[in-house]
Ligand binder design. Structure first.
Ligand SMILES: [Zn+2]
Length: 266
């Protein structure tokens, strides 16, 4: 698994303000080897000092432990800070092989270790964990408190993790099917110039739904006929290229494993 450069997009799906901390896409103790779990922390930072006074520590580390210390910071307001895309030093030694530094995502929520959790922060915490479970096809049971996977840690304080996980699971059940994994994406067809089949119709429908079909593309034949066409013609190649450019994926003009996830928004 490479650097997790999709983490900002995952965070934005939470529906709260997101700050991409400069340099996050290449920050880490090497790339993230895998994602099998999520570990929730509190920063044990100052009681005051604004929304996320621990940012510099989580990003740069502290004496004896180099940063980054976690992939995400979570401010008191629920604001998410995307800090690193590579491996972070947030849980060692781990009692769970799925929650060590090489296998898990860390979230450091601002809290001094005693003060009550603001509702907005707790709600964002649950939603961020749910979006991470969705992104990496994990069940809610893989979300753990640091204190659950490290015997010497107390964080995050006072959060009932069983209730927390039930809330994560409820969001997963109510949202997009988590079965849209990378594996399923790989089984979708390759659709390209010259094809004439119903998969082409799917591509046309998705492009339209994503707002990537200008009137000029269909004004001659009419929208209905344009959407019904099963032919992958040069006009469609150009629209797919435009979509790929806007999404920041490879502009090859055909629809395969690299493009379906964006097209289907999964
Ligand atoms: Zn911790």
């Amino acid at each position: 698994m490479p650097y997790l450069t999709q983490l900002a997009d995952v965070a934005r799906r939470v529906g709260v303000p997101v700050t991409e901390v400069a340099g996050w896409k290449t920050r880490g103790h090497g790339p993230q080897p895998e994602v099998q779990g999520v570990v929730c922390h509190h920063t044990a930072g100052p009681a005051g000092g604004g929304d996320y006074p621990s940012l510099a520590v989580v990003r740069d580390g502290r004496p004896g432990l180099d940063g980054p210390l976690s992939h995400f910071g979570l401010g008191r307001s629920g604001h998410i800070y995307v800090i690193a895309a590579g491996r972070c030093w947030h849980n060692a030694p781990s009692t769970s092989p799925r929650h060590d530094n090489s296998s898990s995502i860390g979230i450091e929520a601002e809290n001094d270790g005693r003060q009550p959790w603001p509702e907005a922060q707790k709600a964002a915490y649950i939603r961020l964990c749910a979006e991470l479970c969705r992104e990496f096809a994990l069940p809610a049971s893989r979300v753990k408190a640091h204190r659950e996977v490290n015997t010497s840690k107390p964080d995050p304080h006072s959060i009932d993790m069983n209730a927390f996980r039930r809330a994560v699971a409820a969001l997963l059940d109510g949202g997009t099917s988590p079965s849209w994994t990378e594996e399923i994406m790989k089984q979708l067809p390759m659709v390209r110039l010259g094809d004439d089949n119903y998969d082409v119709k799917t591509v046309r429908g998705c492009l339209f739904a994503r707002g990537r079909v200008p009137v000029s593309a269909y004004e001659q034949v009419g929208l209905e006929d344009w959407l019904k066409s099963t032919r992958y013609d040069s006009g469609l190649v150009e629209l797919v290229r435009g979509f790929q450019q806007a999404e920041g994926i490879e502009e090859d003009g055909f629809v395969g494993p690299g493009t379906w996830p964006s097209l289907l928004r999964v």
